[in-house]
Design a protein around this ligand. Structure first.
Ligand SMILES: [Zn+2]
Length: 288
């Protein structure tokens, strides 16, 4: 089987993007895995610090790797938004395929310094773990929004420049970069999210010299995704849309079966709702 590194490089060549979807439980994991299988595309499962705390760091790895082994399938696991070296160590030691150090809120020099420590730790571990870092704060929660998250950088003048990105990658030695390009975490309730800066994505990909990751994919318009992927995005993160689908499915399941108490008879409704979202997004990202 190809490594995650090879799969990302293939996606770039084909001008498609790998879907990265977050989970809090096995319902979403099954929904995402079945969707990927139906379309025969590789997939990345993300678990943030909070999601890891709920599932268990080692348990999340065991779940994903058991699918990879049983089905000989390219499914990978990423330690999404990690804010300390200590939590990075925990994830690397537990067997994650990739980790994200998120120092986007720190001044750039501080972000570089801390990211470098992460890269050094991963190198020393001798494991083939990809390191992603963040430049430009885009908000921190996967939730429904009424307004742009406080402090998020979405205006052109606040976004990272080619020079910032070049310096960042060269000094840290990261494998993947998630720059702010007009995207935000979370999604607006009744309207699409703000537009992405497509030209900037193209320029930053050239300046970075490493594949780019788009966070906050929920709520972005289809045509914006297509253009962003063409411009150089290799991985797209979706979380909020999964959470919205999960809740809708749970509510449908509960109200349709008032006396039902078996979780495995209610939860399939959530799985079906999540599958609808994932299938639609994967088709778009993979040009199917
Ligand atoms: Zn994110």
């Amino acid at each position: 089987m190809q490594s995650l590194r090879e799969i990302i490089s293939d996606a770039e060549q084909k001008k498609v993007a790998i879907g990265h979807f977050n989970i809090s439980d096995i319902t979403a994991l099954h929904a995402i895995f079945e969707s990927a299988q139906e379309l025969s595309v590789p997939i990345i499962i993300g678990v943030s610090e909070g999601e890891r705390e709920f599932i268990g760091t080692k348990q999340a790895v065991a779940l994903v790797k058991s699918l990879r082994e049983q089905y000989d399938y390219p499914i990978f696991i990423n330690a999404d938004h990690t804010y300390s070296l200590e939590k990075i160590k925990e994830a690397v030691d537990a067997g994650f395929d990739a980790v994200i150090f998120d120092g986007a809120k720190l001044p750039i020099e501080e972000n570089i310094k801390k990211t470098k420590e992460v890269v050094e730790y991963v190198k020393k571990s001798g494991k083939d773990v990809l390191v992603e870092a963040e430049i430009g704060y885009i908000g921190a929660s996967s939730k429904l929004l009424d307004a742009i998250p406080e402090g998020a950088k979405i205006e052109e003048k606040d976004l990272p420049t080619e020079a910032d990105v070049k310096k960042f990658v060269q000094e840290t030695g990261i494998d993947l970069l998630a720059p702010a390009v007009g995207n935000i975490h979370g999604m607006f309730k009744g309207a699409p999210n703000p537009n992405l800066q497509i030209e900037l994505i193209k320029n930053l990909r050239d300046a970075a010299g490493v594949p780019l990751v788009l966070h906050g994919g929920s709520g972005i318009k289809d045509e914006q995704f297509t253009e962003a992927i063409k411009a150089g995005i290799a991985i797209v993160h979706i979380n909020t849309e999964i959470r919205v689908a999960w809740r809708k499915g749970i509510e449908t399941g509960l109200s349709a079966n008032k006396d039902e108490i078996a979780p495995y008879k209610i939860l399939p409704q959530a799985k079906e709702e999540i599958k609808k979202v994932v299938l639609q997004r994967l088709k778009l990202f993979n040009n199917i």
